[in-house]
Design a protein around this ligand. Structure first.
Ligand SMILES: Cc1cc2nc3c(=O)[nH]c(=O)nc-3n(C[C@H](O)[C@H](O)[C@H](O)COP(=O)(O)OP(=O)(O)OC[C@H]3O[C@@H](n4cnc5c(N)ncnc54)[C@H](O)[C@@H]3O)c2cc1C
Length: 378
């Protein structure tokens, strides 16, 4: 059995971010850490976007930043300026390489690849490469066969390169609702990296995930409708669980803490997780450095979980109304208030104005149904 002071299960975004922060803040000078990761190699598999409100910590991994984004419904577009908090896209391959290079400079850190965790027991962790024991275990694994989410944000995206200049690379098309809304909330999302290259995603919010073929058909229809012709360089595919029933409010024990999506860091109404994972990792490492203790970080005020539960309920029960709800939300509110709200930083006045721009009857009806179903206690 191999023993370490700390073990991180899963070397994805949250696992590597935490290892990177623990190392950067000097928590691993006299302690050992092992990251256990199932994959054999790291490739580009995701494009992480976020509104950057402080430090652009991973600037070498950023593909592009934008200061404007837009929402489109029925051929009408609302443009939102975010020059104080630019919207950035990170290439996951660059992120993996950057964090792993930093981590590898410390001999107290081991990354075990091609290592499949099969059982997380009280005393040790069972893997295909033997058993591991950690003084403290951070766990980013989710067994979705066991814990199905009540709602997913699921999507398929392709990076397309055109011969002619097609895209306006100054503005992100955050949500384009001019598409079918059958079976869930649906929009197209376009990240224009240059005038001839963009990542376009078909994105859904619903309980059930589609087959790859369905997404591809939607994508082909969209490209034909928009007269976008070019070669596909890269595709990405994913499903972010937004409502995982097993996650408890406080999941910290003396020896174990869930992190990443498994640790409830996803903003349920949007699927954004990247920035919360960074704040979480910084706070864990900071507390470790200052007090030698693992203290549960406070990532987002409880009001967002409360509001998101109602939002998810509207998405489940009244998804056909969601495009106009989103459109009005962006149209009626001040640019910075919207970004503050989406990044867990809004004040009560901004929240109040945002709530006023929502259809009140619908939200009250869903609030009552959440109360009756005991959703707020879960
Ligand atoms: C395609 C895609 C795009 C996304 N884009 C954005 C975005 O733009 N902005 C945003 O904020 N969020 C985004 N997200 C959501 C979220 O930020 C990512 O899913 C992020 O990767 C979550 O980090 P994590 O550490 O929780 O999970 P992961 O990054 O998935 O890490 C989990 C790791 O555990 C490993 N693993 C799994 N099972 C085992 C096992 N049995 N044994 C050992 N290792 C195992 C996996 O290989 C993986 O490396 C996106 C998600 C996807 C899927």
């Amino acid at each position: 059995m191999k023993e370490f002071d700390y073990i991180i299960l899963g070397g994805g975004l949250s696992g590597l971010s935490l290892a990177y922060e623990m190392n950067r803040q000097g928590c691993l000078k006299e302690k050992t850490l092992c990251v256990i990761e199932k994959r054999k190699e790291y490739i580009r598999d995701k494009s992480w976007c976020y509104w950057d409100f402080d430090n652009n910590k991973f600037k070498d991994c950023v593909i592009k930043s934008w200061e404007d984004f837009s929402i489109t419904l029925n051929d009408k577009t609302v443009a939102v300026n975010c020059n104080k908090t630019p919207y950035r896209a990170i290439d996951s391959k660059k992120f993996y390489e950057f964090t792993i290079n930093q981590i590898k400079s410390n001999n107290n850190i081991s990354i075990i690849m091609d290592c499949d965790v099969q059982l997380v027991g009280e005393e040790f962790i069972e893997t295909n490469k033997g058993n591991y024991k950690g003084g403290f275990v951070f766990d980013s694994l989710i067994d979705l066969n066991r814990y199905d989410s009540l709602m997913y944000q699921h999507f398929f995206g392709c990076e397309i390169e055109t011969e002619i200049e097609y895209f306006n690379d100054e503005i992100v098309d955050l949500m384009n609702f001019d598409c079918s809304q059958n079976g869930g909330l649906h929009f197209f999302y376009t990240l224009p990296f240059s005038r001839t290259k963009a990542l376009i995603e078909t994105t859904w919010y619903s309980k059930s995930i589609k087959s790859k073929e369905d997404y591809q058909n939607e994508m082909n229809d969209y490209l034909t409708r928009k007269k976008i012709v070019g070669k596909i360089n890269y595709t990405e595919y994913g499903a972010i669980p937004l409502d995982l029933p097993f996650i408890k409010k406080n999941n910290l024990t003396e020896k174990y803490l869930r992190i990443g999506i498994a640790g409830n860091l996803t903003r349920a109404s949007t699927g954004y997780t990247f920035q919360a994972i960074q704040t979480f990792s910084e706070q864990i490492a900071n507390n470790m450095r200052l007090s030698n203790k693992i203290i549960m970080p406070h990532i987002r005020p409880a009001k967002y979980n409360f509001l998101d539960k109602i939002f998810l309920s509207v998405m489940k029960n009244n998804y056909k109304q969601m495009p106009s709800i989103f459109f009005n939300l962006f149209k009626s509110n001040n640019n910075s208030s919207i970004v503050n709200f989406l990044t867990d930083r809004s004040n009560w006045i901004e929240d109040f104005k945002i709530l006023l721009s929502m259809p009140k009857f619908l939200f009250i009806k869903n609030f009552i149904s959440c109360m009756c179903e005991g959703v707020f206690k879960k």
